[in-house]
Write a protein that binds this ligand. Structure first.
Ligand SMILES: Cc1cc2nc3c(=O)[nH]c(=O)nc-3n(C[C@H](O)[C@H](O)[C@H](O)COP(=O)(O)O)c2cc1C
Ligand code: SF4
Length: 662
């Protein structure tokens, strides 16, 4: 067995676990509109239990539907007997998958909206929330309401026991109600429930007491944000005093997290954050309490997880997005099949889906959240498929078609597979995308796919030897640009500079490389070039506050901080590129034309789908799908999901299953 420490049995209280791998609690929004568990929720968790995690921590589950939901998309709840049966089925599915089940009991407090709960949000005090995801002006809870919520936690714990859960976790992290009482930034009371350290601690301690009384001999886990990450908020030193008190009151294990919605960028570490960033904090809480700790946060590879256990940083490793991308991670790790793990890149496409009120999904794993859909099957045996374009969508399509039994040819005009997966991986802090690139390439090498790199597909080529299916995944091209004049200076699309397809001349502060376009590509190219010693002038038509506006929100926070601090990058906003000549560019800014010396001009003003091949193939007599940027310029997740939908649509088209037999 590989990774013997990670996969050795472990115990929390008297709960025996087959290994030290937990699935982190993650909202799915898959449930019924009223918060009931349904077959989609069950299938999603069952798949992850079958994947080998010893402990499944079931997501945010609301203890009081009157004011405790954080979102108006379906969140699970356990505040009424009628929700018990669904949870019992869920527990049954998790256990039959070989894991133990613990549910996370939660109350949002102020981290909600009036439109969600139909009334003013409640909190320890009336301290407003202003996060990138929501704003709220709460009111302070009255004493009797605090006692009502404590009773709600106890009631939910009672229902959890009746449903068969192996234990309960209190969601004391991420800025939800328990943390709102602990944090001096939010709790401004001066009564029994706040005023100093002891009184801020009272609400969590009372909740622990009430919940513990319902659990019999089952364990109580507590997810603690060990710091707020904001000046004047909770610190790790505070938590070294808080955590032992929680344990004295009855907590059997602490799950280490941090932040609140004010610092969502630490709760959901974006791509630039290295693996295992919370481990030093887990170690401190482990020493402070002497109780088991569980630690999530960018644990992506079994080596890191095993080492964290060996080093005594944590007792258990908790995998969040890691298991969205690959539910089979634990089994693959245990079998030593690390190169088969589909690696989460922390791209946070999943978070964007949730933030846009959709259910859980993963950019790389199109079946995440769709576990009840029919499997791809082997409907393509004896048929030929051509996939044009070897970017992420094309590679994913080719792999799924190969899985379906097609004889697949994958064409790529460049010498290397990867397309925009490579250009996206090159800028600083994005190298995790190479993990995914390597995974796809490895899978393709292990498949029967016939790869033809360095091949530009012409319509006649396809027509001459028409396959049974064509997938067009050729990506995008630069949007047309209306330049008054152009010539002399080297110009190229910014992505060509990222993949070294052009050699840039030397630049200086006086004669910088001009990048035209302040979107994600422009800003990232600026950072990349600055890292390689260039001076950059980033020109954007919009206001500078909109730089990289389509980038993933949490990654963008870090990107912009770095950009503003980078002395090699100058930003010129509200400015249009007017013309380019041999030495200078002319810029139009606030009605005036300015001349600017430049060493080269890189275009990052926008992309449009490259539809040329699709248009010339119109009318062919085989199913043809345009996917990814070739259909609509978007992100890697959209390209992979387009590929999945095309392969599923083909299954229906080819098999033509009758919807009903009667
Ligand atoms: C889609 C999604 C939903 C989440 N929902 C919850 C939740 O319900 N409760 C919670 O404590 N943390 C939640 N988290 C945070 C995770 O539990 C975990 O701490 C975080 O994602 C970092 O671990 P990772 O890098 O393995 O993803 C969520 C994370 C994601 C990605
Ligand atoms: S969408 Fe991105 S961050 Fe989320 S689980 Fe998938 S790979 Fe990881």
């Amino acid at each position: 067995m590989a990774y013997p420490r990670l996969f050795e049995p472990f115990q929390i209280g008297n709960l025996h676990l087959k290994n030290r791998v937990a699935m982190a609690p993650m909202e799915t929004h898959l449930g019924e509109p009223d918060g009931a568990v349904n077959k989609e929720v069950i299938a999603y968790y069952r798949e992850r239990a079958l994947g080998g995690a010893g402990l499944i921590l079931v997501e945010f589950t609301c203890v009081d539907g009157s004011d405790g939901f954080s979102s108006n998309v379906p969140q699970l709840r356990l505040d009424n007997d009628r929700f018990k049966a669904g949870h019992a089925k869920l527990v049954g599915a998790i256990k039959s998958g070989g894991a133990k089940a613990v549910v996370q009991l939660s109350h949002a407090g102020r981290q909600t909206k009036e439109s969600v709960i139909g009334k003013t949000p409640v909190s320890s005090s009336a301290v407003p929330l202003n996060s990138i995801y929501m704003s709220a002006v709460p009111r302070a809870l009255e004493d009797h309401e605090i006692r009502r919520i404590i009773a709600s936690y106890a009631n939910a714990a009672r229902l959890a026991m009746l449903a068969g859960y192996d234990g309960v976790m209190l969601h004391g992290a991420h800025g939800y109600l328990l943390q709102q009482f602990l944090s001096p930034l939010v709790n401004k009371r001066d009564d029994e429930w706040g005023g100093d350290f002891e009184r801020r601690l009272r609400f969590p301690l009372e909740v622990i007491k009430a919940v513990k009384a319902q659990l019999g001999d089952k364990p109580l886990l507590y997810r603690l944000s060990v710091l707020d990450g904001i000046e004047g908020g909770l610190t790790i030193e505070d938590s070294e005093h808080i955590a032992p008190r929680l344990c004295e009151a009855g907590v059997d294990a602490i799950d280490i997290s941090w932040g609140s919605l004010d610092r969502a960028d630490i709760i959901l570490e974006p791509m630039s954050v290295p693996e295992g960033d919370r481990l030093p904090y887990a170690r401190r809480i482990r020493h402070a309490t002497g109780k088991p700790v569980i630690c999530a946060g960018v644990m992506r590879w079994p080596d890191k997880s095993e080492q964290a256990i060996i080093d005594g940083d944590t007792d258990m490793v908790s995998l969040g997005r890691t298991l969205l991308a690959d539910p089979m991670w634990p089994i693959k790790a245990q079998r030593g099949q690390v190169d088969q793990i589909r690696p989460c890149t922390s791209c946070n496409w999943c978070i964007r889906e949730l933030a846009q009120s959709r259910s859980v999904a993963c950019a790389e794993n199109p079946r995440c959240g769709r576990e009840t859909e029919p499997e791809i099957g082997t409907y393509g045996a004896g048929l030929r498929a051509a996939v044009v374009g070897g970017g992420p969508g094309g590679m994913a399509a080719a792999l799924m078609l190969d899985q379906a039994g097609f004889d697949v040819t994958l064409y790529e005009k460049r010498q290397r597979l990867g397309g925009n997966l490579i250009t996206s991986a090159i800028p600083p802090g994005k190298d995790k995308l190479f993990w995914y690139h390597e995974f796809l390439v490895r899978r393709i090498e292990q498949s029967k796919i016939n790869v033809r790199t360095g091949t530009k597909v012409e319509p006649d080529m396809l027509r001459a030897d028409l396959p049974d299916v064509v997938i067009l995944a050729g990506g995008s091209r630069l949007a047309p640009l209306d330049l008054a004049d152009s010539g002399g200076l080297p110009t190229a699309p910014a992505y060509e500079a990222l993949i070294d397809e052009i050699t840039l001349p030397r630049s200086s502060a006086e004669r910088p490389i001009l990048i035209y376009g302040g979107g994600e590509t422009g800003t990232e190219t600026a950072e990349h070039l600055a890292k390689h010693g260039h001076h950059v002038l980033l020109v954007t038509r919009s206001d500078a506050k909109f730089l990289a506006r389509n980038a993933e929100a949490l990654y963008r926070i870090h990107l912009l901080q770095r950009l503003w601090a980078n002395e090699a990058i100058r930003i010129l906003d509200h400015t249009k590129l007017h013309s380019v000549d041999s030495e200078l560019v002319t810029l139009a800014c606030e009605g005036k034309l300015i001349q600017q010396p430049a060493a080269a001009v890189l275009f990052a003003h926008g992309l449009v789908p490259d539809t040329e091949l699709a248009e010339s193939m119109r009318g062919i007599d085989v199913p043809l799908f345009s996917i990814g940027d070739a259909a609509q310029v978007a992100r890697i997740g959209e390209a992979v999901h387009d590929a999945y939908r095309a392969v599923q649509d083909l299954r229906r088209l080819i098999l033509q299953p009758e919807p009903v037999a009667c």
